[in-house]
Design a protein around this ligand. Sequence first.
Ligand SMILES: Nc1ncnc2c1ncn2[C@@H]1O[C@H](COP(=O)(O)OP(=O)(O)OP(=O)(O)O)[C@@H](O)[C@H]1O
Ligand SMILES: [Mg+2]
Length: 407
Amino acid sequence: MDLYSPIKLALTKAKEMYEAREHEKAAAAYDKAASLMAIYAEQAIGRDAEMRRRKKAMEYREIAKKLRSGEIEAAGAKEDRDEAPAPAANGAAPEGKNAKAAGEVKAAVLSLIKTSSITWGDIGGLEPTKEEVKYALGITLAKQPVGVQLSAWTNILFYGPPGTGKTLLAAATSHAIRNTDDVPAVFFNVKVSSILSKYFGESSKIISELYGTARDTSPAVIFLDEFESVAGKRDDQDSGPERRILSTLLSELDGMEAKGRRDIYVLTIAATNRPWDLDPAVLSRFEKKILIPLPDTVARREILRIHLDKRGFQLQADLATLAAATEGYSGREIERLCKEVTTRMVAEMNRDIPGLIDKGLDEVRKYQLKVRPLTLADFQKAAAKISPQTTAADVKKYNEWREAQVE
Ligand SMILES: Nc1ncnc2c1ncn2[C@@H]1O[C@H](COP(=O)(O)OP(=O)(O)OP(=O)(O)O)[C@@H](O)[C@H]1O
Ligand SMILES: [Mg+2]
């Protein structure tokens, strides 16, 4: 594949969009350039060229991120002539049908790279879990004691009811791992079911490619969401591809340390609502299996604070009262409740809005939205619409499964 023109095009487009102050479009173009540059790095002849190109890809990714967060003003499209891609030498580019398929697998993997801005502070409660994850990271990433080889934590499983912060924890973890240039770890966010349905025949190739790319971009975090759909128990009826996926996954979970490479760090975080459906061989690969439970009173209070206080809403109700009244709610349900309460209040305070819309855009733009402090009654009304979905029996099932894991 000749990448000269597409990378050039993406960068030119990024520059144009940046100059037109279309930051979102510029960011998208930089992301595209980054993905292409990463493939271009694969094709490099020699380690130096490869590393230079990888670095470029990271830089483009960073620019895209900064454009999105509004951090970038004048930094803009810095063009680097010496690393502008040259047309691939004859024979350097892969050819033929297999190469095309390989390119597609690669592109599928690159599309999983996400940057996350979630930090530990965005997660209410779960303090022991945050501590545990930080320990696992620290022990793995810090300098090893002389003459002693500690084993690295490479696989962590989060399980528990829906909406309790499993995805948030994975995102914060990837945000927390930074290399020396302060570039966050590359975060591969894999919603397993969508990969399986889109690339069923190729799934095991995608998994090997995923881990290969992650090793190249080390330190990296691979987040496998809905893990039970890829690592579920197998029986005689299962097809060849499904068995292949499982065996590929097992060998990747065994990791690099087994191969004597301590300089490469790929952390796998898997998440599931149905741990009891997981294959025992896969489960045994996880050094840590952490139950992410429904939030307790203290955690609910913190989650309410994150979704109300931190967004600037005033409260006439006591946070402790609200925390007590939301027993059994997951974090996601509390977030929904807050959203319901705040949108109702805003609608009630700004009844003129529909009329203004009829009068035209200019009228709306001049209008100053009004808010008022939220009361306990507001929450009671909204709570009638949003009730918790996790039952006591569900909670019991998670706890029992946890007990059964202690060996
Ligand atoms: N502990 C928490 N602190 C703050 N917000 C939370 C917390 N838990 C959940 N939320 C809110 O709920 C949303 C969903 O959380 P998240 O995606 O992490 O749940 P999950 O455990 O991955 O759920 P699922 O099992 O359905 O994938 C978050 O985006 C956040 O707004
Ligand atoms: Mg999730």
